[in-house]
Design a protein around this ligand. Structure first.
Ligand code: NMX
Ligand code: MLT
Length: 471
C-alpha cells in the first residue's frame, strides 16, 4: 500500500518535472529514496512479466527458424560452434570478447559505480546490471552492498564440515564442500517441498542466490585463512563493499589490492553460457536443483585445469620458469621453455580459448591495471614477454585455433604482487566471482520457466550408419 502511494506520487512528480525543470533535482532525490527503486527484488518483479511475454512471442513467431547445421565434427568436437543455450546476462564475440548485457569491459569500467571516483567497478553493480539489464545508480549499488552484508552469516556447521577435510585438501575441494554445506539453508528446496507454484520459483531462487553470493567470500576466506594463516579468521567489515570486504577478510587492506579485487570479481563473473562452469550450473539447475546444488556442481567444473584451474597453473608455470631460468629470463630462453612444455605433452596454460579468437579483453584490462600499478614488477615483465613469445610458437603447431592469451594468463602475477602468493588458491577467487553470473542467469532461468536440459546423444555406430545413408 505504502509502495503504491509512493509510486503514484513519483509518477505525478515526474510529469510535473517535465514542465517545471526546477523540480527535476527533487524528483531525482525522490527516485533514489523510494525503496522500490533501490530494491533489486522489486525491480525484477517489474521486469519479469515483460521478459516472459518476449520469450513467448519469440517462440510462437520464430520457433521454427534454423540456427545452423549440426555436423559430425561438432558432435565429436565438444559441441564447438553449436548454438544450443539461452543465456541472457552476457554474450561472447570471438573477436571482441565479452559484453555484459551489451556493455564491454571498458564500458563497464566507465559506467558502473565505483568505490572511489574513477576507480574500478563494484561487482555489486555488475550483479545489478546482469539481473536487470540496467546500469545501477550508486545508491542502488550501496543498497545492494548493504543487503549482501546483511545476508553474510555462515552457519557454524559449514566451518565444521570444512574442518573435517585434511588441511592440505585442494582449496577448491574445501570451497565446494563449504558450498554444499551451505545448501541446508536453501529456501528453494523448502518452498518446493511445501508445493510452491511454478510461477513463483524465481522468488526463493532469488533469495538463495543473494544469500549464496553474500556468503561465498566468507567461506572462501575461511578456507584461505585455515590453510595459510593458521586459521586466524578476519571478520567482515561492517561497511565495506563486496570486493573490498573479500580482500579484507583474506587479510589484504591495501586499497590497491581492494581495487584489484573489485576488478577481478567483475571481469571473472560471467562469460556467456557455454563455458564449463556456467553450463554445468545451468544444466544442474534445469533439474530444479537449488542454487547451492547447482553452483557447487559448477565449481567442480571450474576446478579443471583446462578451465578455471588454469589460473593456478599459469602462476606455477611462471614460477617454474623463474626457478629454472631466473626472473630476467631472455626471450630466447623463454621460447626454449615453451617448447619444452609442449614437447612434454602439456599445454601452455593461459593461452588459447574455446570461442575467443583474439586477445581476451579480460587479459587486456588486467595488463592495463599492471601498467598503472606495478609496471616494474619482474613477473609482470615476464608475462609481457610471454605475450610476444608464445603466440607465434602456438601458431607454428598448426592446430591451435587461438594462440592469444586468455584471462588466466594475467591474474596470478597481479595477486602475487600484492602478497596473495598461494597459487593453488587462485581458482577459489574465480569461483566467488563466477557465482554472480551463474546465479543471475539462474534467477532468469526460473523466471522464464526454462525447461529441463536434455540434448540427444548418439553412438559411433549411429553416426557411421547416418553418414552412410547421407552419402
Ligand atoms: N597449449 C598447447 N596446445 C594447445 C593450447 C595451448 N595453450 N591451446 C590449444 N591447444 C591444442 C589443443 O590441446 C588441441 O590439441 P589436440 O588436437 O592435440 O587435442 C588443439 O590445440 C586444438 O585446440 P583448440 O581448438 O585451439 O582449443 P580448444 O577449444 O579445444 O581448447 C582450451 C581451448 C582453452 C582448453 C585450450 O586452448 C587450452 O588447453 N589452453 C590452455 C589451458 C587454459 O589456459 N585454459 C583456460 C581457459 C580460460 N578459462 O579460464 O577457462
Ligand atoms: C570462462 O571465463 O569461462 C573461460 O574463458 C572459458 C570459456 O569461456 O569457455
Amino acid at each position: 500500500m505504502v509502495f503504491h502511494k509512493g509510486a503514484s506520487l513519483l509518477t505525478k512528480l515526474r510529469s510535473r518535472a517535465v514542465q517545471q525543470p526546477g523540480l527535476r533535482n527533487y524528483v531525482r532525490w525522490f527516485q533514489v529514496q523510494t525503496s522500490s527503486e533501490v530494491d533489486l527484488h522489486s525491480q525484477l518483479k517489474e521486469l519479469i512479466p515483460e521478459q516472459q511475454e518476449r520469450l513467448k512471442k519469440l517462440r510462437s513467431e520464430h520457433g521454427k527458424v534454423q540456427l545452423g547445421n549440426i555436423t559430425v565434427d561438432m558432435v565429436l568436437g565438444g559441441m564447438r560452434g553449436m548454438t544450443g543455450l539461452l543465456w541472457e546476462t552476457s554474450l561472447l564475440d570471438p573477436e571482441e570478447g565479452i559484453r555484459f548485457r551489451g556493455l564491454s569491459i571498458p564500458e563497464c569500467q566507465n559506467l558502473l559505480p565505483a568505490a572511489k571516483s574513477g576507480g574500478e567497478p563494484l561487482p555489486e553493480g555488475l550483479l545489478w546490471l546482469l539481473l536487470t539489464g540496467k546500469v545501477p545508480t550508486k545508491e542502488q549499488v550501496d543498497s545492494l552492498s548493504k543487503e549482501l552484508r546483511n545476508r553474510a552469516t555462515v552457519p557454524d556447521h559449514v566451518y565444521k564440515t570444512i574442518d573435517a577435510l585434511p588441511i592440505d585438501a585442494h582449496p577448491m575441494t574445501q570451497f565446494a564442500t563449504g558450498v554444499m554445506a551451505l545448501q541446508v539453508q536453501s529456501e528453494f528446496q523448502k518452498a518446493y517441498e511445501k508445493g510452491i507454484h511454478k510461477s513463483k520459483y524465481w522468488e526463493p531462487t532469488f533469495e538463495d542466490s543473494l544469500s549464496l553470493i553474500a556468503q561465498l567470500p566468507i567461506v572462501a576466506s575461511y578456507v584461505y585463512r585455515r590453510m595459510y594463516k593458521n586459521g586466524q579468521v578476519i571478520p567482515m567489515h561492517d561497511s565495506l563493499d563486496f570486493g573490498g570486504n573479500f580482500a579484507h577478510m583474506l587479510g589484504f587492506d591495501d586499497p590497491a589490492m581492494q581495487e584489484l579485487m573489485r576488478l577481478y570479481v567483475t571481469i571473472h563473473s560471467d562469460h556467456e553460457g557455454g563455458n564449463v562452469s556456467a553450463h554445468t550450473g545451468h544444466l544442474v539447475a534445469s533439474a530444479l536443483s537449488d542454487p547451492y546444488l547447482s553452483f557447487a556442481a559448477a565449481l567442480n567444473g571450474l576446478a579443471g585445469p583446462l578451465h578455471g584451474l588454469a589460473n593456478q597453473e599459469v602462476l606455477l608455470w611462471i614460477k617454474s620458469v623463474v626457478g629454472e631460468c631466473g626472473e630476467n629470463v631472455s626471450k630466447e630462453d623463454l621460447k626454449k621453455y615453451v617448447w619444452k612444455t609442449l614437447n612434454s605433452g602439456k599445454v601452455v596454460p593461459g593461452f588459447g580459448h574455446g570461442v575467443l579468437r583474439k586477445t581476451d579483453p579480460r587479459y587486456t584490462c588486467q595488463r592495463e591495471f599492471a601498467l598503472k600499478h606495478l609496471p616494474e614488477d619482474p613477473l609482470f615483465k615476464l608475462v609481457s614477454n610471454l605475450y610476444e613469445v608464445v603466440p607465434p610458437i602456438l601458431l607454428d603447431l598448426g592446430k591451435v585455433k587461438n594462440p592469444w592469451p586468455n584471462v588466466d594468463a594475467h591474474s596470478g602475477v597481479l595477486l602475487n604482487y600484492y602478497g596473495l602468493t598461494e597459487a593453488r588458491y587462485y581458482t577459489v577467487l574465480f569461483g566467488v566471482s563466477r557465482a554472480i553470473g551463474i546465479c543471475a542467469q539462474l534467477i532468469w532461468d526460473r523466471a522464464l520457466g526454462l525447461p529441463l536440459e536434455r540434448p540427444k546423444s548418439v553412438t559411433m555406430e549411429w553416426l557411421e550408419k547416418h553418414c552412410k545413408k547421407a552419402a
